[in-house]
Unconditional design. Structure first.
Length: 199
């Protein structure tokens, strides 16, 4: 799988380029859905920060009919509905019984990693995120951390809870979500659903 950091600029007949998307600091992959304010556009320029850009599919220009929000500082989309596929999460089970089995699962163009008692979810592109919903089938204690490019930031934690949980935190750029089970009871990690943002 290839990861790209890139920017998108547009221009009309005058070639007065205006940058509308800045993903230069983020690891992006797969299909991207990019929003920007409506304007007259004749040319689109996509520039790779790393000097290599692979585009597997065609570029499509669509007119968005659903409302969306764009963060003016980062140019990132602020989602208002769940952006994680319903069938995203596999059921992880340690084959050794010690809770340290490592696995990677690819689903609907998304990446989910399982390392011991940690699940890491990666978006294909960065978003501004400030909430999550999780569904546990049994009692769990957990910590949620997020990161956009460099370091993990701990944003939420709970102890001895079950069922649907809602985590809210300061809105920030997010590419990776890490959910760590801080008091594992069994070798099965029963996180059945993950929604983002919480609605």
């Amino acid at each position: 799988m290839f990861y790209n950091s890139y920017t998108v600029s547009v221009a009309n007949d005058t070639f007065d380029w205006e940058r509308i998307i800045d993903h230069s600091k983020y690891e992006c992959f797969g299909q991207q859905v990019l929003y920007f304010k409506e304007r007259a556009v004749r040319f689109i320029r996509i520039e790779s920060v790393d000097g290599y850009l692979e585009i597997d599919e065609k570029i499509e220009a669509l007119f968005a009919t659903n409302p969306f929000e764009i963060d003016p500082v980062t140019t990132l989309t602020v989602p208002t509905r769940n952006i994680i596929p319903n069938k995203m999460l596999p059921k992880w089970k340690s084959t050794t019984g010690n809770g340290f089995t490592t696995g990677i699962h690819f689903s609907n163009g998304e990446v989910i990693q399982r390392k011991g008692d940690v699940i890491i979810y990666q978006f294909s592109q960065p978003y501004i995120i400030g909430s999550l919903k999780l569904l546990f089938s049994d009692i769990r204690s957990y910590v949620i951390s997020v990161k956009a490019n460099d370091n993990w930031t701990r944003v939420f934690s709970e102890k001895n809870v079950s069922g649907w949980r809602t985590a809210t935190f300061e809105k920030q750029p997010v590419v990776f979500i890490q959910i760590r089970d801080t008091a594992p009871l069994t070798n099965i990690y029963n996180l059945f659903k993950l929604e983002c943002p919480a609605t």
